[in-house]
Ligand binder design. Structure first.
Ligand SMILES: [Zn+2]
Length: 90
């Protein structure tokens, strides 16, 4: 099993996060999964600077992302981007 984000191979006893998406499954290593959660937390906390920083880090990790991953990431980020923009225009 490899991480769908960074392409890293799962090591023995390492736990990967599984995300169901469109009848398929994406697998993320701990580091990529952490970043996804950080990005979401930043958006929830309206922390724009931190969000941009973590998003950049996350996108840098995805060196050869699959189309499925990119589609999932887009859907994951869209509501977050919206919530951040709403705050900005206040
Ligand atoms: Zn990874």
């Amino acid at each position: 099993m490899v991480c769908d984000c960074c392409g890293k191979k799962r090591k023995l006893f390492e736990s990967f996060a599984a995300v169901k998406y469109k009848q398929a499954q994406l697998n993320f290593c701990v580091d990529c999964n952490d970043l996804a959660y950080k990005v979401r937390d930043d958006a929830n906390e309206q922390n724009n600077d931190s969000y941009e920083k973590h998003l950049k880090e996350w996108k840098k990790r995805a060196k050869e992302p699959s189309e499925l991953f990119l589609a999932w990431q887009q859907e994951f980020l869209t509501p977050l981007e919206k919530s951040l923009k709403k705050e900005e225009s206040k």
